[in-house]
Design a protein around this ligand. Structure first.
Ligand code: GUN
Length: 282
């Protein structure tokens, strides 16, 4: 039977470590504050934003909440970001995605001070990651690395295949695995003979965005399978990009959905918030 990687437990462990760290910082008179901006009321975004604020509260990070109407203009949003960039008491700025149509996501993310970009989406942080410099790393892929490390799974020298090449997950995931000395292949929707490629993987990360696409015939016996997907199936139950029932029996270790990668994203956001202080004061 495979090891089932418990993302909920690992994320709680990380949050508890951070809570302690934040308490120590408070003793030195240091407080942390995250600004969370949401435009419109996308239901999934509302849940994510609520959970982010709850995590801040748990750890002892202050949160500033901007719940802006759907009709917010580009100029208004850029104005708020500019103000938050200049505020000494704000350490992190997060603009919840997706943004309503009419707002230029690229311009808005570019406007966030890279030293406050706790999502790690700014080109400066993406560039820093690719050349091995300090900076913020996108939370979901950073969470995957923590899951592997804290489960005692070695990355160095392993064949790692990432399926998906999004800016938020796939690309930074590949960069991080490379940084950990994995031998990395990034596969995607145009990859020929995808199954042959994924079957080489010792560590397979599925970030395709298609419910249960990765079935047993994509997976090598004894592989570690990390499922970044989150979907609702026909019975309204949560499922991932991996067909868990057929894949799990072949694996050395696997993440479930829910309770695998999901809870790690917010834990890593909190870690970025805590680390923002030293990045801003070096
Ligand atoms: N929307 C979906 N995932 C994310 C995330 O990690 N950060 C932000 N800001 N928006 C998201």
């Amino acid at each position: 039977m495979p090891t089932i990687i418990d993302g909920k437990a690992i994320s709680t462990q990380i949050k508890d470590e951070l809570k302690e760290q934040v308490a120590k910082m408070k003793e030195q008179g240091i407080t942390l504050c995250l600004a969370v901006i949401q435009v419109g009321a996308d239901p999934a975004s509302c849940v994510y934003v609520r959970n982010k604020k709850k995590a801040c509260e748990y750890i002892g990070i202050e949160s500033l909440s901007y719940e802006l109407p759907e009709e917010t203009t580009q100029e208004e949003l850029l104005g708020i970001i500019k103000e938050l960039n200049s505020r000494k008491d704000v350490n992190g700025i997060l603009v919840q995605l997706p943004l309503p149509k009419g707002l230029d996501e690229e311009k808005i993310l570019d406007a966030i001070d890279p030293l406050k970009d706790v999502d790690g989406f700014h080109p400066m942080n993406v560039g820093n990651l690719s050349i091995g410099r300090k900076g913020f790393v996108s939370c979901t892929p950073a969470g995957v690395i923590q899951l592997l490390k804290r489960s005692g799974i070695e990355i160095e020298g392993k064949e790692c295949v990432v399926v998906g090449r999004s800016n938020i997950v796939g690309k930074p995931m590949s960069m991080l695995l490379l940084r950990e000395n994995g031998t990395v292949t990034t596969a995607h929707s145009r990859t020929k003979n995808l199954k042959e490629v994924t079957k080489r993987a010792d560590i397979l990360v599925a970030a395709v965005g298609k419910p249960r696409m990765i079935t047993a015939d994509y997976v090598k016996e004894g592989a570690v399978v990390i499922d970044v997907g989150i979907h609702r199936n026909e019975d309204n139950k949560l499922c991932g990009d991996v067909d868990y029932e057929s894949v799990a029996p072949k694996c050395q270790a696997i993440t479930p959905v829910p309770g695998g990668v999901g809870p790690m994203t917010i834990a890593m956001l909190m870690k970025n918030c805590v680390e923002s202080y030293s990045l801003q004061n070096q």
